[in-house]
Design a protein around this ligand. Structure first.
Ligand SMILES: [Zn+2]
Length: 431
């Protein structure tokens, strides 16, 4: 790994105000409802959407750069609501239209990056950053340990003071420690999100006001039933609690398919070259020596458990967030969000419902609807342009023809340039 400070340096540029942008003749998909606005103009100024309306009533400033978006669809920039990332991942996020990320195991470097992006010093997605995950037992990755209620209270107070956006609940917490974290979070005015610790259970998580539950598998495990009536009931309970669920379906599906030709084919894709070789070795090792029968069993468990649960959540009206859990196996920054959208559609969501989880629901979840998630006047100018209708097929989002990031116009050539530079960085690191 090269130090994050060097990566920041590579991506850093002086904050320069982008010239006004006029995107004309577009088919706008605002994502505030299932609708498209034909022959529309979007004016972007100072990094914000300054005006939105029909071409016929647009007044375009003379100094504006005009983009003819005839036969293009324009959507809000996408949000990956569950990532573990660093600055080195930013080019891949941006090149895939991911303009917001929620970092789920934050550290000081993420707070620095969040501020640098906000101030225009670094080209990257806007960030929501949870504190280091709070666990009750030792983990393989970075974590903060809370063995007692006092530990929990102290960690919440510290994370709130440092400026994290939320507290991340993790495995192994006891009921008493969880309750202390809940109480301390309310006192500090910070949200708490995350897993369903076994010692706490789904009932308590739902009544505590936990803002999001991560991984459909966490819920499936707590329910321990694939009976459709049981799944429908848990859907109703979660809907009543007001919690959002981030199913991380693509990640769970990839894990369910390790050891299969499907998994091997994904490992051979060119974008895997963007990933740190050490991580790819770990991904590869997961499938080795796995008997076919075990793979088939895991595949069945995924379909009948996780994917069926997500359909039940949707039917019950539970708001869903699109999250990838990158860099879990095969989850490549940016690229994997398109896998997640496809997995949500395969589980029964319409394209509109799936894309909502990466746009409007993300903004609503973060209490930042005025800022991102829909195309509206005053919002951050984060946009994605496509050549085909994403409401007919989410895969048309997978290689955007252009991205607008905080008002900056990034056409496909520029996005490919960013990917090329990122590839060179990975190559230099592994030599
Ligand atoms: Zn995660």
């Amino acid at each position: 790994m090269i130090p994050v400070s060097l990566l920041i340096l590579a991506l850093t540029r002086p904050p320069a105000p982008a010239p006004p942008l006029a995107i004309v003749h577009a088919t706008v998909v605002p994502m505030d409802a299932e609708r498209t606005l034909e022959r529309y103009t979007i004016l972007v100024q100072d990094g914000r959407i300054a005006w939105l309306g029909p071409d016929s009533s647009a007044e375009i400033p003379s100094e504006a750069r005009v983009i003819d978006a005839t036969a293009k669809w324009v959507l809000p920039g996408l949000a990956d609501m569950h990532v573990h990332s660093g600055a080195g991942d930013f080019p891949a996020f941006v090149a895939n239209g991911v303009t917001t990320i929620r970092e789920m195991n934050g550290a000081g470097e993420h707070l620095e990056l969040r501020n640098a992006v906000r101030e225009g010093r670094v080209l990257g997605p806007s960030m929501i950053v949870t504190g280091p995950l709070i666990a009750g037992e030792e983990q393989r990755w970075r974590h903060a340990m809370a063995r007692t209620p006092d530990d929990g209270r102290a960690l919440v107070a510290e994370q709130a003071r440092l400026g994290f956006d939320a507290v991340k609940i993790y495995d192994g917490l006891t009921r008493e420690t969880y309750d202390a974290i809940v109480e301390a979070s309310a006192a500090a005015g910070i949200q708490f999100v995350g897993h369903v610790p076994r010692g706490v259970g789904l009932e308590r998580v739902l009544e505590s006001g936990q803002r999001s539950i991560e991984h459909a598998g966490q819920i499936a495990h707590a329910v321990a039933s694939t009976d459709s009536a049981a799944l429908a009931e848990v859907g109703r309970r979660i809907a009543r609690s007001g919690a959002w669920v981030t199913p991380t379906l693509a990640s769970e599906e990839a894990l369910s398919r390790r050891g299969t030709p499907w998994f091997a084919e994904r490992l051979a894709r060119p974008e895997v070259m963007l990933v740190d070789p050490g991580l790819v070795d770990w991904w590869r090792s997961l499938g080795e020596g796995m008997p076919e029968t075990a793979a088939a069993e895991r595949r069945r468990a995924y379909r009948e458990g996780t994917a069926a649960l997500v359909r039940a959540l949707l039917d019950a009206g539970v708001p869903l967030l699109a999250g990838t859990d990158t860099p879990n196996p095969l989850m490549i920054p940016g690229f994997s969000l398109h896998e997640e959208l496809a997995a949500l559609v395969a589980a029964g969501l319409t394209p509109y419902e799936a894309i909502r989880g990466a746009t409007a629901e993300a903004g609503r979840f973060a209490d930042m609807e005025a800022e991102f998630g829909t195309i509206r006047v005053g919002a951050r100018a984060d946009l994605v342009l496509t050549d085909a209708d994403p409401l007919a097929d989410v895969s048309s989002l997978a290689r955007p023809t252009a991205v607008v990031l905080r008002g900056e116009w990034l056409p496909r050539e520029r996005l490919d340039g960013l990917l090329g530079e990122a590839l060179a960085e990975v190559g230099a690191e592994s030599r």
